[in-house]
Ligand binder design. Sequence first.
Ligand code: SAH
Length: 356
Amino acid sequence: MPTPLNAMLIARIREAGPLSVAEYMQAALADPAHGYYATRDPLGAAGDFITAPEISQIFGELIGLWVADCWDAMGRPRRLKIVELGPGRGTLMADVLRTLRVAPAMLPEPWLIETSPVLREAQRGRVDAHWADGLDEVPAGPMVLIANEFLDALPIRQFSLDADGWRERLVTAAADGSRLEWALGDARSRQDAGLPGALDSADQGSMAETCPAALALIRDVAARLVDQGGAALFVDYGTTTSRPGDSLQAVRGHRYHDPLEAPGQADLTAHVDFAALAAEAHAAGAVVHGPSPQSLFLEALGVFVRAQVLKRSATPEEAREIDLAVHRLTAPDQMGSLFKALALTDPHMPPPAGFS
Ligand code: SAH
């Protein structure tokens, strides 16, 4: 079933030429009228996918403790900006703020960076916060920034290697105008494609990805931490080294789809290249911790102890649900190893909790 965005994109391509994968993702996710995030709340069992804070309150509670630990290491500034990128339903921030009651000397000032009007509305029902479209709108001051499954939604560019070099993967319209299809651009060098040096050893036929929006964001976050103090935590699925691969995926109703089939109606994501982000943050002067597998990170923050405590006052049915949720968050064949935590701190801070 072609979507309204299908027709719009085909018209745009016929007028102005093929789109990069990044331009396509941007339109599919954020088009104000038909974009995926712009028009719906995709989270939860009834939605297209489920995330760690929606699986269990324990996730947000542990992140709350992580924020409190950073605040302590920062010298306990009275006011602390707690900035969340892509807060979904606001569940993570609500759990973090509840947990921060353990630090009554802190005046938390929550900031939610969200572009989707539908999700902003959902967040309004959960937390009392400030809203912004970007980090640049958040006033200066010490901050702890958190982001869960945010980077994977940022638009990537893809390249394919042949004998002549790296060719950008493009989205074009079929000759009869009936559907979208893949194409390839002109060959260029690895450097001109903006791909990391680790890809110099890639074989012909390889695909590779870069996420300019994530790199720019990491630079901004790192510069701000260096300048004003604080820490940032990114949790997402991805790789610890830059390596070839095509990780663009479309998910709809908890199932994988063809990424070109239903723009605006399926979630489009890509794996995060944590090595590239870490290098960028380091170059901008921040100290990098991790990436560490989600299982180890949550374990170091006390996920199993917290589950035991919750189970003490739980019914047998609730206790089973707690065990199931912790299994989903930590088991290696669930979210435990594919998901990773990466932290950035200003150079004056000791290593944050959860990273040995
Ligand atoms: N962090 C939440 C939601 C993850 S879904 C959770 O773990 O449940 C991705 C979120 O990022 C959504 O809230 C989406 O609207 C938001 N988002 C995507 N691109 C964005 C952008 N460029 N700027 C701000 N928010 C964005």
